[in-house]
Design a protein around this ligand. Structure first.
Ligand SMILES: Cc1cc2nc3c(=O)[nH]c(=O)nc-3n(C[C@H](O)[C@H](O)[C@H](O)COP(=O)(O)OP(=O)(O)OC[C@H]3O[C@@H](n4cnc5c(N)ncnc54)[C@H](O)[C@@H]3O)c2cc1C
Length: 461
């Protein structure tokens, strides 16, 4: 039995940040992580030539101040995403090359429709109170319909509809019919609006940390040190009047409070004793994650750049739905990232490994030419089959959930506090949101101590 001030469950960015801040504040911590590695939905693979591949979360953008602060703290620099050249949109088998965010070349009507819809989404996002999206003036109306229904009613041009559905539903890695419009607006608003979410330059894919996300999580882990316990899936958390007892298969931690920093979609895999309040426990049953396959095709050089392409492409319905240049700061080797999400990702996942690779490379050849068909290396990560992620990128709310159960997202349940990107009102769904949630949860547990020491009602020790 380990006896500590606080127990943190989960060693993704949320849990690592919570543990780090508690340690820096002089508290003792045990961090229990289910996998044999840290980082959760981020996973940086360092290659023999010194380049790296982010198999999960990778990009950062303006306004993500807490990840910037951590990078400064650990001396990690960033580099800009490669955007010199044209992006590509494939509609009905026809390739359209364009510069900027909107594919004007596909048809003026489609482009105008797309621009108008993005403006409207931005206007709707502005009416969402981030700390309580369920209290927005139109919350009830927007939570009753799915993203699919809203797109059907508001996007008349077929190519604009396809592009928006791919781009927006892609964020939730699900079919547009699975996600509540209110949740979409809230999540977009938490990042500053659709321009940020869908944009590359000045958007959510503006830059990357040199060395990948692992360059940040590794020094965090080093500072937390041997208070981290890997391969310890937490099975049970029991709370009583004096503290919590957290049990994995072969360890037990006794602490004053626990911070649970696992994805909402799998938070109910832990047995809570006594049972959690109904709204929190029902929230666990109602916020699933979607499917995403992320692939890195590695070439000796980024040949698409010489063809005047940024490497960014979108082809709704293709097995390689989205591509983006994922080279390191040196630009060598050439790394093309392929992202396939939602129903297309589930379909891809059902193919055997060789067939999956053949299908994806064939789609790349159609878009980028023969060179794309012969990568030096091919690395794929199917997040849908990751037991301790439960899918990716984030857990989302289907219709009706945010207005009914959203208030339980951050409310502590006795001595159990909640972290994880899904609980962040700012940058919800991104690594930055995970970091914010870890810092908030660390402050919350320490505020309880302060109440105790001031002779307040909370008996903390
Ligand atoms: C393919 C992909 C691409 C993405 N791209 C980006 C991007 O470019 N930029 C960006 O900012 N974000 C991106 N994201 C999202 C980002 O990765 C997540 O928002 C962030 O990593 C979430 O961190 P977290 O700590 O909240 O959760 P997680 O990273 O999921 O951490 C939770 C941890 O809890 C552990 N755990 C689970 N159950 C238990 C248990 N019972 N006991 C103990 N431990 C447990 C898990 O193993 C995991 O380590 C992407 C995600 C994916 C999957």
């Amino acid at each position: 039995m380990t006896d500590v001030d606080y127990c943190v469950v989960g060693g993704g960015f949320a849990g690592l940040t919570a543990a780090l801040r508690l340690k820096q504040a002089g508290r003792s911590v045990a961090l229990l992580e289910a996998r044999d590695r840290l980082g959760g939905r981020t996973f940086t693979e360092v290659r023999a030539d010194g380049s790296w591949i982010d198999r999960g979360g990778a990009w950062i953008g303006p306004g993500q101040d807490r990840i910037s602060a951590l990078m400064n703290e650990f001396g990690v620099s960033s580099y800009k995403q490669y955007t010199d050249g044209e992006a590509m949109m494939v509609v009905d088998g026809k390739q359209h090359r364009y510069e900027g965010t909107i594919p004007w070349t596909m048809s003026p009507w489609a482009a105008m429709n797309l621009g108008a819809v993005l403006l409207e989404l931005g206007r709707m996002c502005k009416s969402i109170p981030l700390e309580a999206p369920w209290a927005a003036k139109n919350a009830g109306k927007w939570d009753r319909i799915s993203l699919a229904q809203w797109l059907n009613d508001n996007v008349l041009s077929k190519p604009a509809h396809e592009l928006l559905e791919t781009a927006i539903a892609g964020m939730y890695t699900s079919a547009a019919s699975e996600v509540s419009l209110l949740f979409v607006l809230y999540q977009m608003a938490s990042g500053g609006g659709p321009g940020f979410v869908l944009g590359i330059k000045d958007g959510a894919q503006d830059a990357r940390p040199v060395g990948g996300m692992g360059a940040i999580s590794r020094p965090m882990a080093a500072e937390i040190g041997d208070w981290i316990h890997l391969s310890q899936p937490v099975r049970r958390i029991h709370q009583d009047a004096d503290g919590v007892t957290v049990r994995s298969d072969d360890s037990t931690v006794r602490a004053r409070r626990a911070i649970v920093a696992v994805p909402l979609a799998i938070a109910s895999q832990i047995l809570y004793e006594p049972m959690l309040p109904v709204d929190r426990s029902f929230l666990h049953q109602r916020m699933p994650s979607g499917s995403i396959v992320k692939i890195a095709a590695v070439y000796d050089e980024p040949f698409w750049r010489a063809d005047g392409l940024t490497g960014q492409s979108a082809a709704p319905g293709s097995p390689a739905t989205i591509t983006i240049d994922a080279c390191t700061d040196t630009g060598r080797p050439g790394i093309l990232c392929v992202i396939t999400e939602g129903p297309d990702a589930r379909h891809l996942g059902r193919l055997d490994e060789a067939e999956r690779r053949r299908t994806v490379l064939a789609a790349l050849v159609e878009r980028f030419g023969d060179k794309a068909g012969v990568p030096l290396d091919y690395v794929e990560q199917n997040w849908s089959v990751e037991r301790y992620s439960g899918g990716g990128m984030l857990s989302h709310a289907p219709t009706g959930v945010l207005t009914q159960f959203g208030h339980a997202l951050r409310e502590p349940c006795g001595r159990i506090h909640w972290a994880g990107t899904e609980s962040s009102a700012v940058m919800c769904g991104w690594v930055d949101g995970a970091i914010r949630s870890g810092e908030r949860a660390a402050s919350e547990v320490m505020e309880h101590e302060a109440v105790t020491m001031a002779g307040g009602r909370a008996s903390d020790r």
